[in-house]
Design a protein. Structure first.
Length: 300
């Protein structure tokens, strides 16, 4: 379908997609349609210019590049999918347009095309919207393993696999120290290399070291923009639990002994004793000089 010649597409657009009685001197895409306030992103502006110039196939590539870019906000995704659906409709690919509008409507269920859109496109969009409403939406799938026991003072990395996450939905890890009243939370962030893999990190300061082990209660939840739970594991009333190990006590090194058990003390004492004994022997065996015998008699 994307192999159509631009001239053929232009003829079809001018012949069938414009409103009855529309003048060919009017732009194919009225300026209000493309001048809606949209988040600033180069792919959006470039795709709008390409659509105005009738370069629909190039616009599709630009929009796909924008959708695959990292750090795209939900508002930007809505605008990218809106333009992709519009371009697919003009190229006659209703299946692809349906997929794009389905993603858009998951985030903005009440979204409506601007009044400046041609009747043909409005009719197609209305039919697609009705089909999407009547069709069962695929549920969000959350795959995550229970958290292992942790070491105090160190961060804890958590990995999850999330399928069919709707625009505007958020995946969070809620946690609290056992016995606390309120939960704190951290967001899961999509891995840039794998759109189905998400990561969250429990910071080290939330898992401090303590003299004794303690438990942390937690649960996972995916909720939409209206805070409706789409998927999860555990909940605030039935949380999961992991344990943080007690702080490690310092162990004395092998040479750290009480002073009275030090071998060097007794070596010193022994050396002093040997020296004293040797001195006494020398003194006792030395030559005796200057002695005069004295006899004392006592007469009765």
């Amino acid at each position: 379908m994307y192999g159509w010649r631009p001239s053929l597409v232009a003829n079809i657009l001018m012949g069938s997609l414009l409103a009855p009685g529309a003048s060919l001197a009017r732009p194919l895409f009225p300026s209000p349609l493309l001048s809606q306030v949209a988040p600033a992103r180069p792919e959006i502006a470039r795709a709008q210019e390409q659509i105005e110039n009738g370069a629909f196939e190039e616009a599709v590539k630009t929009l796909e590049s924008g959708l695959n870019a990292p750090d795209v906000t939900d508002d930007q995704l809505v605008e990218l999918y809106r333009l992709l659906g519009l371009t697919a409709l003009y190229l006659g690919d209703e299946e692809r347009a349906s997929e794009a509008y389905e993603m858009l409507l998951q985030a903005r269920p009440d979204y409506e095309l601007p009044r400046s859109a041609s009747p043909k496109i409005r009719t197609l969009y209305a039919r697609l919207k009705e089909d999407i409403k009547n069709r069962r939406v695929r549920p969000v799938t959350l795959q995550v393993e229970p958290l292992p026991d942790a070491t105090g003072g160190e961060p804890l990395e958590v990995e999850a696999r999330i399928l069919d996450l709707a625009l505007g939905a958020r995946a969070k890890l809620f946690y609290r120290r056992a016995g606390a009243q309120a939960y704190s939370s951290v967001d899961f962030v999509r891995d840039r290399s794998n759109r189905e893999r998400y990561r969250a990190t429990l910071p080290a300061y939330e898992l401090p070291e303590a003299p004794s082990a303690y438990q942390v209660e937690y649960y996972f939840e995916v909720a939409d923009a209206a805070q409706r739970r789409l998927a999860g594991r555990g909940d605030a009333f039935n949380p999961l639990v992991f344990q943080v190990a007690a702080e490690r006590k310092a162990v004395a090194a092998p040479d750290e002994r009480p002073w009275f058990k030090s071998p060097w003390l007794w070596v010193t004492v022994g050396a002093v004793a040997v020296a004293g004994t040797a001195g006494a022997v020398v003194y006792a065996t030395s030559e005796e000089r200057g002695r005069v015998p004295i006899t004392v008699r006592v007469n009765p």
